[in-house]
Write a protein that binds this ligand. Structure first.
Ligand SMILES: NC(=O)c1ccc[n+]([C@@H]2O[C@H](COP(=O)([O-])OP(=O)(O)OC[C@H]3O[C@@H](n4cnc5c(N)ncnc54)[C@H](OP(=O)(O)O)[C@@H]3O)[C@@H](O)[C@H]2O)c1
Length: 268
């Protein structure tokens, strides 16, 4: 399989590098193009892929093309490459808010399109991605997209409307967790720890608790109950969190981001 990338930025570059490192595709079967020659050449140098002359060349020569450009550039690029579509090419867009319907209507009838919502930890191989299939995409297109995205983390297949929830949770979630770590550490510093130790302990606590959830057969609630004894420190902390609206704040954050994702899709 030949994989192409149109738009050699942070996310597109991370996905292509991940796929090459995981052996999903060999560097000689990857073709890149970007707005500036420098971006494509710099990524090609890092991962051993080839640089194409145009976006259309990528779409024409590859079985599978990842669109790594910004949402507002997607429709122009689809229009630019539409002469060589559908051909044998399946398209995967990671652009937030650009619906399958909008992309499909900018392409010739029959074009196979997939929409994905990755997150920034994909840049270090720890991504969480939602994936949804367009009208003409086949099960083998979805399997190929999954394989590529799994090279930089985990993937769930969803309906398109569920992608807004994915955006509210894992798409925007890294920023919630950064805020959580920041606040844990800031208060620990006020309680007497050094700034450096506070951040290290807060980070390791989040990593450790996440691994416990991942590796345990217990639910997060059961794990929490296991470490909460009456009259203890943890219950005192949890009660203070609930009293100041911790759970309500998290619910509001996920809802606001999912709602904004729906609005962006409606506006675009
Ligand atoms: N970063 C994230 O956390 C994240 C998460 C989920 C989804 N996404 C999605 O990923 C996409 C890319 O985001 P990013 O953060 O990686 O952005 P980025 O670093 O700015 O990358 C966008 C790339 O698109 C290229 N480009 C622009 N116009 C082009 C054209 N006409 N033809 C070919 N290439 C063109 C740019 O080219 P030059 O560099 O050559 O100028 C740039 O390299 C967005 O749609 C975003 O919604 C990102």
């Amino acid at each position: 399989m030949k994989i192409g990338l149109i738009g050699c930025g942070r996310m597109g570059g991370a996905l292509i590098e991940g796929a090459i490192q995981a052996g999903v595709v060999s560097p000689s079967d990857v073709l890149l193009h970007s707005r500036s020659k420098e971006s494509a050449e710099s990524l090609a140098k890092k991962c051993g892929a080839k640089v194409a002359e145009s976006n259309s060349q990528v779409a024409e020569e590859c079985d599978f093309v990842l669109l790594g450009c910004k949402p507002y550039q997607i429709i122009d690029i689809l229009t630019e490459i539409s002469d060589v579509l559908p051909g044998n090419t399946a398209l995967v867009s990671v652009a937030a808010g650009i619906t399958l319907e909008r992309m499909e209507s900018a392409c010739p009838e029959g074009t196979r399109v997939i929409r994905a919502m990755p997150n920034t930890p994909s840049l270090i191989g720890m991504g969480a991605t939602g994936l949804t299939k367009g009208t003409h995409a086949t099960n083998s297109d979805i399997s190929a997209a999954k394989e590529m995205l799994e090279s930089v983390g985990m993937v769930v297949e969803t309906t398109e409307s569920q992608l807004d929830a994915v955006t509210g949770l894992s798409g925007s979630g890294p920023a919630y967790v950064y805020t959580f770590i920041e606040e844990l550490a800031a208060q620990a510093e006020k309680e007497g720890l050094s700034a450096e130790d506070s951040v290290r302990l807060a980070t390791q606590t989040v990593l450790g608790a996440a691994r416990m959830v991942e590796q345990s057969t217990m639910t997060p609630a059961e794990l929490r109950n296991q470490v909460t004894s009456p009259g203890g420190t943890t219950v005192a902390g949890l009660e203070a969190l609930t009293a100041t609206g911790f759970e309500t704040s998290i619910a509001a954050g996920v809802h606001a981001a999912a709602e904004r994702s729906r609005e962006i899709a409606a506006e675009s």
